[in-house]
Design a protein around this ligand. Structure first.
Ligand code: GLN
Length: 482
């Protein structure tokens, strides 16, 4: 049996029965990475020696004992590079563990490997990485989605049992959909962001990529909870997110937001998602149509608020304290201007310029303030919907993975494809993407993602609903031929 193909839960079962050890699992994983990652390009680096030491002494009785978990390059792991896939942080080594990493370690897991992403998590294809290209394991000429493209690709390619990513406007759910794995964006405040490099602080959440819904719930058990180091993390009762797995769907009401079934969706995505909805009906769920009337403003609102916050957050990369500093400087101004001009890529600069503009005096009221007001309306849309239904059901992305390079010249087209994921970040509630079929495009078989959106702090229910579908369908068992 090839250990690398196992889900996290099945791997742990092997550990506990004595059939496999953490060291064997790590070596199997490393062999798999060496054989397929030259094609996929998900990993930026790995600290194999440290992982080997940790695996040798791992305590498999802990909740994630001995399981290697791969990490998006935007979450600090002490001693590892952390670059946000940006040249401005090339050479930077993290000096502390993010809270999620401390929690993983306390649960016995082994943070192993740094994963490629769009620079500072800005993008939907991982093409904005300044460091490396990542391919979709189902078709190497296509994008893996983004911004957590590496996190999704390595799980789909059996190069990781699970990984962490971050979701500001869909960056966990969309690449999970495009690569065919499970991606969970927890409720805003559910998981501490201490040690996550900030993109847009009112939107960012960390979450897991896994091969199964059960694994997602088990990771959330470890990751969630109040953290005094992140004042936006919520004080909530500890709960077991696996507790509703295996429940039947009788009495469960799912809402189809009519604004999420629109023209422009790829017909094969539409077909797969509608088939999933029928499957839910046959499992006993009731499907009702709901409306989120302010959806049409979500893209515009997001690209005002996210860029405004990014322009402030990225001011800290000035060549003085972190990362890259330009050489042969004439004065302080020159240091700032040249370090930033040389260090940031095109998309990051575009966002800083946009964000600075919408915050500037004279424009603040017209853009930023108005966007905040519309954000409240978007949040109310969700509140109203969740009065009527247990979860919303819709596509994660309007299309399957496109070809690398196909969109690079058209940022607006790229932004518009975020239509089904970003409203959730604006509202703060939780969402999950899971495999629901395939689209055949030009001879390639490409995964399609089903998105389920849950109310604030309703992850346990959301995971239960997702699990019922997963168990009734074959999609999560399919793997790309690499
Ligand atoms: N694609 C969106 C963007 O480019 C979302 C990114 C994210 O969630 N980090 O901003």
């Amino acid at each position: 049996m090839d250990l690398h193909t196992l889900s996290l839960s099945s791997l742990q079962a092997r550990f506990r029965s004595g059939e496999a050890s953490p060291s064997e699992a790590l070596e199997a994983l490393e062999a798999r990475i060496s054989s397929v990652d030259p094609k996929v390009g998900g990993y930026l680096s790995r600290n194999l020696n440290r992982a080997r030491e940790e695996a040798a002494v791992a305590d498999t009785s802990l909740p994630l004992g001995g399981v290697p978990i791969a990490i998006k390059d935007v979450i600090n792991v002490k001693g590892d590079p952390c670059t946000a896939a940006s040249k401005i942080l090339q050479g930077y080594t993290a000096s502390y563990d993010a809270t999620v990493i401390r929690k993983l370690r306390a649960a016995g897991a082994i943070p192993f490997g740094r994963l490629n992403m769009d620079e500072f998590a800005m993008g939907s294809s991982t093409e904005n990485s300044a460091l490396q290209r990542t391919s979709n394991p189902w078709d190497l000429s296509r994008i893996p989605g983004g911004s957590s493209g590496g996190s999704a690709a390595v799980v789909a390619a059996d190069e990781a049992f699970a990984s962490l990513g971050s979701d500001t406007g869909g960056s966990i759910r969309q690449p999970a959909a495009l690569c065919g794995c499970v991606g969970l964006k927890p409720t805003y405040g559910r998981v501490s962001r201490f040690g996550l490099m900030a993109f847009a602080s009112s939107l960012d959440q960390i979450g897991p990529f896994t091969k199964t819904v059960e694994d997602s719930a088990r990771l959330l058990n470890v990751l969630s909870g109040k953290d005094p180091l992140d004042s936006t993390s919520l004080e909530t009762q500890a709960e077991d997110y696996t507790r509703l797995l295996g429940r039947d769907l009788k009495g469960v009401k799912l809402g189809m937001p009519k604004e999420y079934f629109i023209e422009g969706i790829d017909p094969q995505v539409d077909t797969a998602v509608r088939a999933a909805i029928r499957q839910y009906e046959s499992l006993g769920a009731e499907i009702v149509e709901v409306s989120l009337p302010h959806t049409e403003y979500a893209v515009a609102v997001y690209y005002i608020i996210a860029t405004a916050e990014a322009s402030a957050n990225l001011a800290r990369y000035d060549g003085v304290r972190y990362g890259r500093r330009a050489e042969e400087l004439r004065n302080l101004q020159d240091l700032y201007v040249r370090s930033r001009s040389e260090g940031f890529g095109e998309e990051v600069k575009r966002r800083i310029i946009l964000g600075t503009y919408v915050l500037s005096s004279g424009y603040y009221d017209a853009y930023y303030l108005r966007a905040q007001k519309v954000r409240t309306l978007i949040r109310q849309d969700f509140e109203n919907a969740f009065k009527k239904v247990d979860a919303l059901i819709c596509p994660t992305s309007p299309e399957a993975a496109f070809k690398i390079g196909e969109r690079s010249g058209d940022p607006l087209k790229m932004y518009l494809a975020d239509i089904f994921t970003i409203a959730t970040n604006l509202a703060g509630n939780c969402g999950i993407s899971l495999p629901c079929g395939f689209a055949d495009l030009e001879g390639s078989r490409l995964p399609v993602g089903l998105q389920l959106l849950g109310n604030n702090l309703d992850e346990a229910k959301l995971l239960g609903i997702a699990h019922a579908y997963e168990q009734a369908t074959p999609w999560h068992k399919q793997r790309p031929a690499l």
